[in-house]
Structure formats: C-alpha cells, structure tokens
Design a protein around this ligand. Structure first.
Ligand SMILES: [Zn+2]
Length: 429
C-alpha cells in the first residue's frame, strides 16, 4: 500500500511487536499496543486501534526513516504524511473502516478547528500545541481534501509519489514538499498551503440567499393577471382589518367617490395593449423567442464565514425531485474571498440547494449549508448513573456462551440423574 503511493520498500524486514507500550517506531522495527485481554478477547476499540497503530508505526519506515524530514522541527512532515497514508491504507482494509477523519468521527477535530485557541500546522515542534490535531489529523484531513476535492486522485497521487521519490534518503523541509506538490501537479497551490498549513481559519460556507429571476413576458394581459393573482394570495396585513371595520364616510356619502375608487391599476388598458403591440413589432425573432423562454435563473449568494478558501460543491434539487451537482473550484473566491454569487441557469424550478453534500470540505457548521434552512435537531435526556466502564462485547458474548454451555451441561446432568432414578432399583440378590 505505502509502496504503491511512494517507492518500493528498500529494507530487508519490517518487524512489528505487539508490546504493552507504544506505538513507537524505529527503522525496520516498531512497537504497538494495545494488547488483547489475557483471556484472548478484545474490544472493538482495541481491534481497530491496534490495526491502525501497526499500519502507522510500520508506515514510519517511509516517513521519516527514508524520506528523512526533521521531526524535531516539523512534526507534521512525518506524523501528518504518515497519518495520511495510514488513512488511505485503512480505507483499503475494509469498507467503512473507523478512521479518525471519517465525517462521523471527526467531531473533535471540527470543534478544534473552529475554536479560537489554535495555532497553524506550520509551528515549530517545540511550540506546537494540540499535536494530535495539528501534527496528525489536520494534515491528514487537508491532504485528503487536496486529493479528493482539489487536485483529483490521479494528479495528487502522481505528485505525492514524486515528492516521496525525489526526497528519499534526503532531508526535505516543508517548502520542499509544497514546491514538489505544485511542480509535479502543475497547479498553483499557494492558497491551499496558506489556508491549511500557515493559517488557522476553518471551512464554513453558508448559503445566505437564493434569488429567482424569470423572463418578464412584457405581455400586459399575462403580467397584470399574474400580479392580480399574487395580490389576491397575499394575507390581509392591514392592521385595521384585525378589528371591527369602522363605518366609512364614502359609504355614507357616495357622492364622494370618483374614478379612482373603481380604477384598478392592474386592469389592462387600451394603452397597455397598444404599447405591447409596438414593443413586439420592434423585436427581432431571437428576442421574441427569448420572451417565450421557460428559463429559470437563480443567483446563489454564498458567504465564507470560516475564512478558509475551499472549492464549493452545490447539490441542486429541482421540483421534479431530480438532482444535479455543480462543482466550483476554489478559484471562484479569488476576487472576493468573503462572499460570492453564482448564477445557475435551469429549465425547471429549483426547490432546494445544499453546499458540500458529501461533507468533503470539513465544513464546521452544516446547518447553514441548506437553503431553505432545516430545523436544528437536538436531544436531551435524564442520566442517573455512569455507563459501566470497559466496552468489550466480544468478552460479553464469550461469557454468555460459557454460561449457556454450563447451564446446558447442568441440565443434561440433571436429566441423566433423573433417568438413573427412574430405572428400577437393582434387585437385591
Ligand atoms: Zn507516528
């Protein structure tokens, strides 16, 4: 796995020891815990914890044993790159492997990313705080986003391999990594390194508004009727209508009424008709066709609340329930990194738009990703006692089986005794 993304393993052995301490890595040998219980059972946490640590510590043979970055200076260069390859390896172990950066498991990382007390990944190892996030999971997340959502797997994997090969048995610094990834992928990634490695901002893109535009037919008969329908559908908002209507003076003295009491400005007049005829006459065939178009125009206003510049993935749902995905590169923010508007031209009506439907950009607040918004769901409850510690269902199962087996044995024994008693007592000779 690691070799596929880098270079062939050049050492003769890779020994992994299931030790009570660890994980700790050395060239060609490493130590991993946890160990199973003495009875041979183990929890799910132990199982996946151990598999992950073995992948991780053996993986250190590549970074930093061979690609020999200075771990005392830049912790992410070995831990981060190694954790990233560990993630790829875990995902090839089995479907839904519980990796630490899976969307359903990275709540802690997302909370860290949006908290005010954080420092950039590019902080010297001596000063680095929250190393679990800054040296391991955040670089893993960033590189996975670079691979899946920015460069694409083919380009990323080629560039990453170039880095590993160029710098094997050498001592690269962060800029060697950044430069090689840009050089080999042919992409300007300065904005990405700045955001994810030098910056402390997070992803939080919100849909602020969606505007719907339709072509005005300019036909007074159609337009004024539509406006009348709209007016009729409006709720009675005049506050006086809430109370008993007061007698009106014009009812008592009808002579006070004039033309404007009858006139409705939404009635089509002869003048309207004439000016419409004139307008149509002056239009080209193309313009006439445009007037008849059923096109729907939408403008989606997006706000970058988190500050981090990221690609924008929009999932659009139409009134016939069909959906479409629109992927916009991060460059869409280049003129205004705080807010942008994107026009969508459709031939049917849009009912819903969602940002980042696959949760691929580590957006810290997904509730503002929906237009229209959905209700925020919460739960609360009563708790009296703490959960029993130690979650080892494998042992529980074995214990239950053991108990059932003993009970069955007991039953058998009793039945055998019963049978024995039923037998007529041996006759005395
Ligand atoms: Zn490590």
């Amino acid at each position: 796995m690691y070799s596929r993304y880098t270079f062939d393993y050049p050492y003769p052995v890779a020994i992994s020891v299931n030790a009570p301490v660890g994980g700790m890595e050395y060239p060609m040998i490493c130590w991993q815990r946890p160990r199973p219980e003495k009875d041979g059972t183990y929890s799910k946490r132990t199982k996946y914890g151990l598999i992950s640590v073995i992948i991780h510590e053996v993986g250190h043979n590549w970074f930093p044993m061979i690609v020999n970055s200075d771990e005392r200076q830049w912790m992410w260069m070995d831990e981060g790159l190694n954790s990233f390859l560990q993630f790829l390896t875990e995902q090839e172990w089995e479907a839904d492997y519980p990796s630490r950066i899976m969307p359903e498991r990275m709540g802690g990382l997302l909370s860290y990313l949006k908290s005010p007390n954080k420092m950039p990944i590019m902080t010297g190892a001596d000063s680095l705080q929250s190393t679990g996030y800054n040296a391991y999971t955040k670089p893993t997340l960033a590189l996975n986003i670079l691979r899946e959502s920015v460069l694409g797997r083919e380009q990323f994997d080629y560039a990453f391999k170039q880095y590993a090969r160029r710098w094997m048995f050498k001592s690269p610094t962060p800029t060697d990594f950044f430069r090689t990834m840009e050089d080999a992928s042919g992409q300007d990634l300065d904005w990405f390194w700045r955001g994810w490695f030098y910056g402390i901002e997070h992803t939080d893109i919100s849909i602020e508004n969606v505007h719907h535009y339709k072509m005005d037919s300019r036909d007074p008969y159609k337009d004024k009727t539509a406006k009348k329908d709209k007016r009729a559908a409006e709720p009675d908002r005049l506050f006086q209508k809430l109370n008993k209507p007061l007698p009106k003076r014009v009812d008592a003295f009808p002579e006070l009424k004039d033309f404007y009491n009858e006139f409705d400005e939404l009635d089509v007049t002869d003048k309207d008709g004439a000016s419409y005829e004139k307008l149509i006459k002056g239009l080209s065939e193309k313009e006439k066709a445009m007037l008849k178009s059923k096109g729907q125009f939408y403008v989606v206003d997006l706000k970058n609340l988190g500050g981090l510049v990221m690609p924008v993935v929009l999932k659009v749902t139409y009134e016939d329930k069909s959906t479409e995905e629109i992927r916009l590169p991060a460059q869409i923010w280049r003129r205004n990194p705080e807010s942008i508007s994107k026009m969508i031209v459709a031939d049917k009506k849009i009912t819903r738009i969602e940002v980042d439907p696959h949760r691929e950009t580590a957006d810290v607040d997904i509730e503002n990703n929906y237009f229209p918004r959905r209700m925020r769901e919460h739960t609360f409850g009563i708790s009296k006692s703490k959960k029993p510690s130690g979650n080892n269902p494998l042992r529980d199962k074995q214990k239950a089986e053991e108990k059932a087996r003993k009970e069955a044995e007991e039953k058998k024994k009793k039945e055998a005794e019963k049978e024995e008693n039923k037998k007529p007592a041996p006759k005395k000779k």
